[in-house]
Ligand binder design. Sequence first.
Ligand SMILES: CC(C)=CCC/C(C)=C/CC/C(C)=C/CC/C(C)=C/[C@@H]1[C@@H](COP(=O)(O)OP(=O)(O)O)[C@]1(C)CC/C=C(\C)CC/C=C(\C)CCC=C(C)C
Ligand SMILES: [Mn+2]
Length: 420
Amino acid sequence: MSVNLLCFVSSQSDMGFLTNSLFPHRADKGLIQKRNSHRFCSLRTHPCTGSESLGNKVPLLSTMAAASSAGEMAMSSEEMVYNVVMKQAALVNRQLAATEVKPGVDAAAVPGSLSLLKEAYARCGEICAEYAKTFYLGTLLMTPERRRAIWAIYVWCRRTDELVDGPNALHITPIALDRWEARLEDLFRGSPFDMLDAALADTVKKFPVDIQPFKDMIEGMRMDLRKSRYKNFDELYLYCYYVAGTVGLISVPVMGIAPESLATTESVYNAALALGIANQLTNILRDVGEDAHRGRIYLPQDEMAQAGLSEEDIFCGKVTDKWRNFMKKQIKRARMLFDEAEKGVEELNASSRWPVWASLLLYRKILDEIEANDYNNFTKRAYVSKAKKFIALPVAYVRSLAGPPTTRSSRPNQIHHPSK
Ligand SMILES: CC(C)=CCC/C(C)=C/CC/C(C)=C/CC/C(C)=C/[C@@H]1[C@@H](COP(=O)(O)OP(=O)(O)O)[C@]1(C)CC/C=C(\C)CC/C=C(\C)CCC=C(C)C
Ligand SMILES: [Mn+2]
């Protein structure tokens, strides 16, 4: 399938980062989100969530006994997300076995389209540099085609986030998100709406990227519109998967797994998921005060109650010992997820490891800054200084030189990576 580059030529001048109206003239497509309905159980307790491990899942399908009163099978968010991860890993294995990644900017056989596509990717690079300078610098070591693809993905994710977080957020409705999803489907079919979509359309044509995590990110934005409290970590986990774990799943097929890696594709996806979730939890812990101003509390209510904290304590924003103890536990959980993610970074293709290490180390440092602020995340924003960011880049570079371990003590579910 070729990408229809002509369809955005007319809107080329609209190089604005996010189109304000979200194109109300385009018909709604009434999309129905399908949830993966596979069931499984696992054998070990997950250190971060307290629920069962992502390690040894056994498909259950017909054997799982627990059922909700509505007749729905009970499944934790972690299990649901794990299903998506398995599906993505299987998909990438299948697709990579069938197709080869074609390097270079290859556009449809339309006169002038090659230069338009180049321009579209270049614009994605500019946006990425503008919004995430350190990360952008990290991408410069990637191969040109991977780098361009990551920029295009970054821009789509940033635009999606801007819908609910940007200047027009108050006007965003579920219908607008449905339109955004319809546009996503169009670009996956090779009919991008604008230039930035065209870059992504080209990327998803070249790399084995599935639409599901993109749709899930939009689902996260829907969730954000209707929900401002999270009963427990399971609920928060699902939100974090939607808005950030998805980024990990989307990025891996582009960044690639090292040919010499002995890890299973699934374990690399799990690490990517862990990094997205760790980043989002860190983001949440950094922004407690800001979010409270918007009437939002992205913290597990049951854990707050256990710590003797009420919503009022959050809205008053007083740093007490109860708050410090609660925060210590939340920070510990985020760090455990970062640890889990670290194991996967070395399995990535050599040229992709630097930006991932850079982003991991910098995001992780925000947790140190929260501690350095004596857990005052109500009125002080934990912030990694420019100097620290600057130092992190060579540190990340040195780390990125270490490739996959040459031996594995245990290699369950060992599978071949056809990408190699
Ligand atoms: C190399 C690398 C880091 C690639 C990812 C690049 C990419 C596509 C980033 C998109 C990020 C984005 C705009 C997501 C939209 C939702 C969102 C804003 C999530 C928050 C990001 C931080 O943004 P910021 O600090 O600007 O937040 P505010 O909006 O200002 O509040 C998140 C916290 C999540 C971002 C999640 C990731 C970057 C996931 C990274 C995981 C991988 C790249 C997988 C790595 C692979 C292994 C095996 C570990
Ligand atoms: Mn945001």
